[in-house]
Design a binder for this molecule. Sequence first.
Ligand code: CDV
Length: 309
Amino acid sequence: MRILNVAAAQMGPIQKAESREAVVKRMLALLAEAKAKGADLVVYPELALTTFFPRYYMTDQKDVDAWFESAMPNAAVQPLFDAAAAANIALSIGYAELTPDGHHFNTQILTDRTGKIIGKYRKIHLPGHVEFDAERTHQHLEKRYFEPGDLGFPVFRALGGIFGMLICNDRRWPEAYRVMGLQGVEMVVLGYNTPSVNSQKSVEGPEQRLFHNRLSVQAGAYQNSTFVVAVAKGGNEDGFPLIGGSLIVDPNGVILAEAETEADELLVCACDLDDTAFGKKTIFDFERHRRIEHYGRITSQTGVILPPE
Ligand code: CDV
């Protein structure tokens, strides 16, 4: 048995005017609860330190850069790293990363139990658009503010297991999970900010969004025999509602825990990483059953959806 107590630290809304210091206080409260419940790892959402700023159209790069972190940890976040290290708890946190040479990424990190960053993932599937789009009910400008991640889908040996990270829209892409599945991933941690209504299809509301969230997380888990810990930022951010629905799923695709609110809420599950072994040895034995000669379209750029005749 390799038991890991994982905590999904769902966060309620963060308003535009809220400071990082105020947000970190909330993250510390979730960490304290996680410590009391014996957590080994606490996972926070995508862009956990600020409101979901890609909904705002900005033209001045200084205004954009104000949402980014040029160091991690930094003064505002250091208390969280210190408290986690004192509690012997590892962290995974999403934030907007500005690199020393001026690149902008939507990033998730994994620390060890001492607060040392041992893994980094930069979001690859950036949804949304580059320019203001009046056709949409609300804007989603990730393509304007971030570059696609340049690190691939790496996995990291940590906490006695093999960990990978995804960020939000990535969870809808089976090949993103698969690349980590092929590296033996045992737990995928991911954060998300999913608007409650599809900006391009307003009949698609929260029920449908929650359904697709569960569907993509449960399928990713089952199809790669891995735990998946999916953590939302939910609730109403300055008039823009986000789904909650954080969930922890086992390697059979079964939901072990699911958030009941759209507020700050902690889910903790004891996950036996050895439970990933059966599926990996049997149906998902990639060496024996994989047929890569038929998968060319995934990497050849020839995938097109044909219009109806
Ligand atoms: N932050 C995201 O990547 N959100 C997308 C929305 C825009 C569809 C998501 O996949 O949830």
